[in-house]
Design a protein around this ligand. Structure first.
Ligand SMILES: Cc1cc2nc3c(=O)[nH]c(=O)nc-3n(C[C@H](O)[C@H](O)[C@H](O)COP(=O)(O)O)c2cc1C
Length: 276
């Protein structure tokens, strides 16, 4: 029985709605419900072996047909970190974290293996295989994140690596058909700037039963979430202007709002992905 897990449940929904009656609260659920992204780190080194343990946790994730269409790249060189931080829109935590991992959708290894065995690999040119690589990479990364958090480490994903996919690929020496899906910062959280659990949409919005429910059923709960997040932004001094729905909608208002990622398909084509 973990009371902390139940507390985290409450915080996850901004204190609105009680945790369900449930006998099996445990430390794994406590860890998952307690997640928060960390963007400020101390310079204290990570324990020896951390990288290998995180990669083992990542490799323990399920993988479509066990094809293992992903790889991970650890970047420690300070100059390379600095350049990646700039490519990711000037995110200082990419530079300052203890470990920076780039999670790769990697179709190349299977292509090379097929060639090595003297068989074709036309199947890799299909969108399905790209999706498989991205899904595998994401599941692996999330396992590493959960393992890191269980050690008291902080983490934050860096999707902004996709702002400049070709430049990131050049910086990391990625061959064709290898795509940097996102980065992950890992490090000791700076106790001077603790991160809080960020509330999520209520379950009535995201959880459907049997058949997909119409948007209209969620309008009231979405309004309530906006009010909740406004209080959260103010409490955390996040400087976010407007409501969650306003800035979420703004993120998809136009191609320009994707901040360079609107040309991802073209970038992927130039990087050797068929996406047929
Ligand atoms: C795929 C992915 C990419 C992300 N990219 C960034 C990023 O580039 N920079 C950043 O500060 N946070 C990034 N985040 C973190 C999200 O902003 C964060 O998960 C979200 O605001 C929820 O907050 P929480 O993780 O603290 O619960 C990313 C998260 C995911 C899942």
């Amino acid at each position: 029985m973990s009371n902390r897990a139940q507390e985290h449940f409450g915080e996850r929904y901004g204190g609105e709605g009680a945790a369900p009656r449930f006998e099996q609260w445990n430390e794994v659920i406590e860890g998952l419900l307690g997640h928060r992204s960390v963007r400020r780190y101390t310079q204290k080194p990570l324990p020896e072996g951390t990288l290998e343990v995180l990669v083992a946790a990542a490799q323990s994730a399920p993988s479509s047909s066990n094809l293992q269409l992903w790889s991970v790249l650890s970047v420690q060189d300070p100059e390379r970190r600095r350049r990646l931080a700039e490519l990711a829109g000037g995110q200082a935590h990419v530079r300052d974290c203890g470990l920076f991992l780039v999670w790769l959708a990697d179709l190349r290894r299977l292509g090379d293996l097929a060639s090595h065995r003297g068989v074709g690999h036309e199947g890799l040119d299909y969108l399905e295989m790209f999706v498989m690589g991205v899904v595998d990479a994401a599941l692996a990364a999330q396992n590493a994140l959960v393992a890191a958090e269980s050690l008291g480490l902080g983490t934050v994903y860096i999707g902004a690596l996709r702002n400049h996919p070709e430049a990131v690929a050049a910086e990391l020496g990625l061959p064709s058909q290898v795509f940097a899906t996102f980065g992950l910062c890992v490090g000791w959280p700076d106790p001077a700037t603790p991160a809080s659990i960020k509330p999520r949409l209520s379950q009535e919005v995201v959880l459907h039963h049997e058949r997909y429910g119409a948007f209209e059923r969620s309008v009231g709960a979405l309004d309530a979430y906006d009010r909740l997040m406004e209080r959260f932004y103010a409490k955390e001094r996040m400087g976010v202007q407007g409501s969650w729905s306003r800035h979420s909608a703004a993120r998809v208002a136009s191609a320009q709002a994707l901040r360079g990622r609107d040309r991802l398909r073209a970038a992927l084509s130039s990087m050797g992905f068929g996406l047929r």
